[in-house]
Each structure stands twice: as C-alpha cells, then as structure tokens.
Write a protein that binds this ligand. Sequence first.
Ligand SMILES: *Cc1c(COP(=O)(O)O)cnc(C)c1O
Length: 364
Amino acid sequence: MMIPMVDLHQQYKNLKTDLDDAVAEVLNTAHYVLGPNVHAFEQEAAKYLGANYAVSVANGTDALHLALIAAEIGPGDEVITPSFTFIATVESILYRGAIPVFIDLDPSNFNLDLNQLEKLITPKTKAIMPVHLYGNPVDMTQLMDIAQRHNLKVIEDACQSFGARWQDKMTGTFGDFGCYSFYPSKNLGCFGDGGLITTNSPHYYQELIALRNHGSYTRYHHEKLGYNSRLDEIQAAILRVKLPHLDTYNKLRHQAAQRYTALLKDIVTTPQESIASNHIYHQYTILHPQRDAIQAALKEANIASAIYYPIPIHEQPLFKNKYAHLELPHTEEFTAKCLSLPMFPELTSEQITKICDVIRETVK
Ligand SMILES: *Cc1c(COP(=O)(O)O)cnc(C)c1O
C-alpha cells in the first residue's frame, strides 16, 4: 500500500454525510456567490482566529495581493520576505511593482532570521511579509517589536498556519493583515481554491470588502479599482463543516510529528518547535545531506516524499539572475538538504514506523 503525502480522500470519507449535505443545501438554495455561507464562515473564522474582521477571497495568493493593495504598498517600495517560501508570497509583492528584499533563514527553524531583519531595513522599506513556514509560527513578539520601531506594515503569510498560535494568539492576527489559503492540501482545505484575510482595522476591512468585489459596496457603483476575488458559497459551506474539526486534525498532526521526531532525531535534523508556540505541522520536514538517497529509497518502498522547496525564490528563472549577487547561505543549505515526509491527521503509527525504518536503513 502506497503512503501518500496527504490523504484527502480519507478526510472526505470521515465527514462525507455532513459535507454532502452542506453542498446539496447550497445547490438547492441556488445562492452561489456572497451568500449566507460566506457571511457565516467569515464570522466563524474571525471568532476562531481571534481577529476583529475576516474577509474571504478566491485564494491565498489573492489574500496576499489584496492585503498589499490595502496597505498601500506600491512601485519601488521594499518588502522584506524569505526566499525559502512558496512563489505566491513573492508574486504578490511583484504584482504591486514593489521590490522583494530576501532575508535568510534562521538555521534553527526554517523561518526568517529575525536577527538579520534590522540590517535589511532601508528608507524604502514599507513592510515585512513573514511566512509561518510549514505551520511553524514565527516569533511574532520580536518581529512586531522591530516593525513598530521602524513603522513598517506587517502582512503575515499564514497560508500554511491556520490554527497555529504564537504564545496565546493565532498566527495571522499580530500584523496588519493575516493571509490564509484553503487550497485542498492545506491544514484547513476546501474542495477547490479559497482564501481569507484577517485584520483588526475597520478601515482595512472596508477596503478589502470592496477590493474583492470590483471596488464596489453597492452593486454597479465602483468606488475604486477592484477585482473579482470571492470565495464561493459551496467552498464556504465545506469550510464551515471542516472548521470545527481543525483543532483535532492539528493535534493529530502534532502527535504524528512527535512520533517521527522520536524515531529520527538521532539520524537526521528534525524540526524544532518553540515552547511559546504550537507548530501545526502543515509539513514535517527533515534535513540531511543524503536527501536524494533518502527520497529514492522511500520511492522504492512506495512512500511519497516532497522537496519544499527545491529552488530558492531569488534563484528562480523568473528573475533572470537579478539576484545573482545575493548570498543566503542557510537558504541554499536547506534547499539542498530538505525533505518533507507524509503528513496528514490520519497517518498511523505503523506507517510512521515504516517510513522511519526506510530512512534509518538508508543513512546508517
Ligand atoms: C499555499 C500558499 C500560498 C498561496 O495560496 P493559494 O491559495 O494556493 O493561492 C501562499 N503562500 C504560502 C506560503 C503557501 O503555502
């Protein structure tokens, strides 16, 4: 039996009746866009996350993009962000004509190195876009302290960390905006694309409501240039069924991670978590110089694994060597050594043992 990276089918089977009913109800009411499920989901998500406002959008990339527009980030503005992330983080900055300034990783945790943050701040810096990578919260106390001292906006890329806390607050609720994705494989995923932006500011909330819907508060009255970026009713109804189960799913992921770590910590570098946070393990990612051999052995044993991410963003062909001079040693090292192992709430202890046995055989 194949062990996949995620088992979306199993999660559907476990909630099948509730999910089928919720979708059927939307189809029956024939209210498909900006209807009662979107409204209710936004309220439920805001309450769960502890944010004053939540605005649903079409996907996580749009969440980041619209947040940058609302924050008035524009051409020539510098935004500090890690190079070790999914491309969407950086795309949103480029959509604005703004300049991504890449920061290296903290070697202990795959997140941006807060000790290097102040060195990168220039008179053009307008914002910091931290990424809570793999569901592991950035130290938001330290980050917000630096941001406030330099009067910088903070747009949190919480696309991998819905439900992860730094101290007693959810990731995505420290900065000016928290941006989330409901792509199917995310910890809270819908059955298509979806996204959400949280904010505590009534001003930003008003901006976002219009930005996601053609710049309009009243139909056919367009106050500003907006977009078509709405979560649809079917996805909202699905998310409303799944949200009450999220904490359980995240706990099961955490337990799976602890099992992995117990079995692997003497042979590979295992993920670190701070006692001030709850890591929700969107990915369980190890580091080892023989990464490729481990991946090949897993494949041979019919076990999936993945490299998130094989090329740092600043080295992507898209930039045509623009950042050729830039040296981010920890980012380079991690791209060469990282390997993400199967991680989903239903992963069994037997499966974890099997995966770890294959790794142990390979690196012994
Ligand atoms: C998934 C993801 C996004 C984008 O989300 P989409 O919903 O796929 O547009 C952005 N940033 C990170 C770190 C992600 O993992």
